[in-house]
Write a protein that binds this ligand. Structure first.
Ligand SMILES: Cc1ncc(COP(=O)(O)O)c(C=O)c1O
Length: 406
């Protein structure tokens, strides 16, 4: 070993960063950069994780602009709100997700969080602290951030299959099998609606069945609600989470306002915890506060203030429902067009939300990108909102011959 290498090693041992390894870049971010740099005028960007309108833009909703104007006029202070965050926001958002008055659920608690991600992290930490060693079950595929969040919190992860990518169909039998294998007290992560990345939807009956098995077997649902209103409607998309309201002894629900209010960068969300007794709810709340105090001390205000201003004003709320409906209709219309473009895409019609995972190999995904300027994640996930009425048939012509993955 040269003296320089020996000195480097000694320095590394002293540096607080000496043991840090290089981390893989975020594949989605590099995809966005590559697509932006692609000069081809007919490129198709299906890689992004945000809603796009017919012009390919992600605009600020009119109701958000109006709410922001009101806040500028009326907000009298920027002092801290306290660890709970904006209580009006948490309560009104709870009405949207669970129904008025938390759907009649007796014992519950909630905290405002920085986005749905913050809610998932906080919930993961609560489980790790509340019942160390309890496993969380997550379906494969799922949102790529789910596993790292629970791993970081030290919650053991078990995976289950629920989806046949080749046939683009839900395998409810496999999901039920996993529920039957789990141990009493295990937590099950479920997407409330508009599954990311598959678009897979469960029927109302299937949600009821899951809820029945989970309460019989003493399993705990952790529902991730990141796309409410972008599938079939606000109440329709809440059917899954509401199936647990009166059956689950305990449940966790992470809610994101990023997509359905289009306020992605405002980092707006909340974690709701359903408890069995008043004392359990109080202990959950005290622990959520002590955890969040360490992570972010107080949640950011602006996004929650916007959502509260919209939900507490009849006119703004109606406007939001209308604008959300427009986003939903555009996504569902594009889904319908793609499903009609080729029989191989037929299953897309019964799926919901912005995303679908096509049975394309990584080689096929790369050839679509390199040969035709069609961008999607290597897993074959497409953002339906990245299509336009004029690009659906071209995309189908290019992608269909490449479909097929075991
Ligand atoms: C399934 C799922 N859960 C949670 C989130 C996190 O949302 P947020 O941006 O509010 O943190 C996302 C965002 O893409 C998501 O797709």
């Amino acid at each position: 070993m040269s003296t320089t290498q020996a000195a480097d090693m000694a320095n590394a041992a002293l540096s607080p960063f000496g043991a840090l390894e290089h981390q893989p870049g975020d594949a989605l971010l590099s995809l966005i950069v590559a697509c932006a740099a692609d000069p081809r005028p007919d490129k198709i960007d299906l890689g992004v994780g945000v809603y796009r309108d017919a012009k390919g833009e992600t605009p600020v909703l009119d109701c958000v602009k109006l709410a922001e104007r009101r806040l500028v006029e009326e907000q009298g202070s920027k002092a801290y709100l306290g660890a709970d965050g904006n209580r009006v926001f948490v309560s009104l958002l709870g009405d949207v997700v669970f129904g008025e008055g938390m759907g009649g659920r007796s014992y519950h608690t909630a905290l405002q969080t920085p986005g749905g991600t913050g809610a998932l992290c906080l919930g993961a930490e609560l489980i790790a602290r509340g019942n160390p060693g309890r496993s969380i079950w997550m379906g494969e595929p799922t949102w790529p951030n789910h596993a790292p969040i629970f791993r970081k919190a030290g919650v053991p992860i078990k995976t289950y299959e629920y989806y046949d990518v080749a046939a683009m169909r839900v395998r409810f039998d496999l999901l039920v099998q996993a529920l039957e294998q789990a141990e009493r007290g295990d937590v099950f992560l479920l997407h409330g609606c508009c599954h990311n990345p598959t678009g897979a939807e469960l029927t109302g009956d299937q949600w009821q069945e899951i809820s029945r098995i989970m309460s019989a077997r003493g399993l705990v649902p952790f529902v991730d609600v990141a796309y409410q209103g972008l599938g079939d409607g606000l109440a329709e998309d809440a059917a899954g989470v509401r199936a647990f309201l009166n059956t689950a002894s305990q449940a966790l629900v992470a809610v994101s306002c990023s997509k359905n209010f289009g306020i992605y960068r405002e980092r707006t969300g909340a974690l709701y915890v359903l408890a069995e007794t008043a004392d359990e709810a109080a202990r959950c709340h005290e622990n959520l506060v002590s955890l969040s105090r360490v992570f972010w001390s107080m949640p950011p205000d602006h996004g929650a203030a916007i959502v509260a201003a919209i939900l507490e004003n009849h006119e703004l709320k109606q406007m939001w429902r209308h604008e959300l409906g427009e986003m939903r209709d555009r996504i569902n219309s594009l889904r319908g067009q793609l499903a009609a473009a080729h029989p191989a895409f037929a299953p897309l019609a019964s799926q919901r939300g912005m995303f679908a995972t096509l049975p394309l190999s990584p080689e096929a995904v790369l050839s679509l990108k390199e040969g035709h300027g069609v961008y999607m994640t290597l897993s074959g996930r497409i953002n339906i909102a990245g299509l336009g009425a004029e690009t659906v048939s071209r995309f189908a012509e290019l992608a269909v011959p490449l479909l097929g993955r075991s």
